[in-house]
Design a protein around this ligand. Structure first.
Ligand code: IFM
Length: 472
């Protein structure tokens, strides 16, 4: 099917598109130039944390702290991608993907977070990029997927303004080293997680629990993003540059009193707190009021929002589930409860809600305009096992992917300028605070032997990419 020019669709009702072609889906339901890929991140797959001059990151420190990660797991070995990147590039080529989204580990490029580059670190990513290009796979590099150099955390971390400037310098180094071959850059992955899980709830590294610090971290992450966009554009003028946000449709659990306000609050903090500065150059006023008892946002300096609002080539959207909310037990406090609706869940306990993908994509286009969107992550964890015959049957992951791709195709038909889709993840890996207990890969990894086995879902994705029409 051909993609209508999105400019013509600005006034269409994005929510009321007919759901034709129900029951079968193929790559042909997406625009011909659509990018199909798989995604990973450095700390989750590389291992070799002490090799090649890499410095320590906040995730090394956090994982080494008892009680922080399930089973005391860490990324020291992970899935040995640092050593096995050629084999992994072969896997991707076997799947038939167009593109690979990986992240560059800041502590490999600058072991202390500032100063000159560590050549061994640059060389690793250079070899990886070459391995991809040799196989016809387009590299998409994320600059920050959560592995902040520990020395920068020791100096204050993301709540400190200086970290934003260090990030821009690091971005410039990566652009200088890889920009001759890498033309797709994502500045940050999910700054909501870095800020609010890292500095607010303490569930992620560096494990701090301080609301004011979390808000400052969010601001400096976005400032770092804006500065990095400038650095990338100066050095790689033909680069496509974006940022990846984890976005959620937010729905009320019932129609009762206070539900609309609960929805507004969670949508504000989960989505608009990042979308509005990045795409409109302003913080949402209602959320500024919501958080006033935590922070006066004195860290927002003149012109910061202009920097954060740097023009982008695309917005990366990571989608996993919907938030369903209700007012909490203490009326008037603004506290909100997260509930579920009894839908099937993944091993993460997240409800499987493909319609939510349609809802969030159409919402972003309706509220923020025609910026191209790329699904930079979508996938599911299930308790996969290798069968006696050596295969991994994961029918629920196939259903998940097919259902979400169908929702994405529907969004395209509704006029959303969606340009790409990256399955999370290429292979099982270190799932942060969950350690190795949650498997998101379309390729299974035996964490003892490092053997890779393409799961049924990987075979399904390969067949889809090869043009097969599949039922969903
Ligand atoms: O594994 C993570 C990834 O690093 C960021 N997005 C969500 C994934 C699943 O939790």
């Amino acid at each position: 099917m051909t993609m209508p020019d999105h400019q013509d669709l600005g006034h269409r009702d994005l929510q009321n598109q007919p759901d034709h072609d129900h029951g079968a889906l193929s790559r042909g339901d997406f625009p011909p130039e659509f990018t199909w890929g798989v995604a990973t991140s450095s700390y989750q797959i590389e291992g070799a944390t002490s090799e090649g001059g890499r410095g320590p990151s906040i995730w090394d420190t956090f994982s080494a702290t008892p009680g922080r990660v399930v089973d005391g797991d860490n990324g020291d070995v992970a899935v040995e991608h640092y050593r096995r990147y050629q084999q992994d590039a072969d896997l991707m080529a076997g799947l038939g993907v167009d593109a690979y989204r990986f992240s560059v580990a800041w502590p490999r490029i600058q072991p202390t977070g500032s100063g000159p580059v560590n050549q061994a670190g640059v060389d690793f990513y250079s070899r990886l990029v070459d391995a991809l290009l040799e196989r016809g796979i387009t590299p998409w590099a994320t600059l920050y997927h959560w592995d902040l150099p520990q020395p920068l955390e020791d100096l204050g971390g993301w709540p400190s303004r200086d970290t934003a400037y260090r990030f821009a310098e690091y971005a410039a180094h990566v652009a200088d080293a890889l920009g001759d071959r890498v033309k797709h850059f994502i500045t940050l992955n999910e700054p909501w997680c870095s800020a609010f899980l890292g500095y607010g709830s303490g569930r992620h590294a560096p494990g701090r629990s301080d609301g004011a610090a979390a808000l400052a971290a969010a601001h400096h992450l976005m400032l770092g993003h804006g500065l990095a966009v400038q650095a990338l554009r100066e050095r790689v003028p033909d680069a496509q540059v974006g940022i990846t946000l984890n976005l959620y449709p937010v729905t009320g659990a019932h129609d009762g009193h206070g539900v609309d306000d609960a929805v507004r609050r969670i949508d504000g903090l989960s989505n608009r707190w990042f979308l509005d500065p990045v795409l409109r150059g302003a913080y949402p006023k209602d959320v500024v009021e919501d958080v006033a008892h935590i922070s006066d946002l004195a860290f927002v300096a003149d012109a910061d929002l202009e920097t954060i609002n740097a023009p982008l080539d695309f917005l990366g959207v990571n989608y996993y589930t919907r938030h369903v909310v209700a007012p909490g037990a203490f009326p008037g406090t603004g506290l909100v409860e997260f509930t579920d609706r009894g839908l099937p869940t993944t091993a993460m306990g997240w409800e499987v809600d493909a319609d939510g993908l349609f809802d969030i994509l159409t919402r972003v286009t309706r509220d923020y305009g025609d910026l191209p969107l790329v699904m930079t992550e979508n996938g599911a964890a299930f308790d996969d096992e290798v069968g006696a015959d050596g295969t991994v049957h994961d029918p629920r992951r196939i259903d998940f992917l097919a259902g979400h791709l169908a929702a994405a195709a529907r969004a395209v038909r509704a006029g959303v300028p969606l340009r790409g889709y990256f399955a999370w993840s290429l292979m099982d890996n270190f799932e942060w605070a969950e350690g190795y207990a949650k498997r998101f890969g379309i390729v299974h990894v035996d964490f003892d032997t490092q053997e890779r086995t393409v799961k049924d879902s990987g075979r399904w994705y390969a067949a889809f990419l090869a043009g097969d029409r599949t039922q969903y």
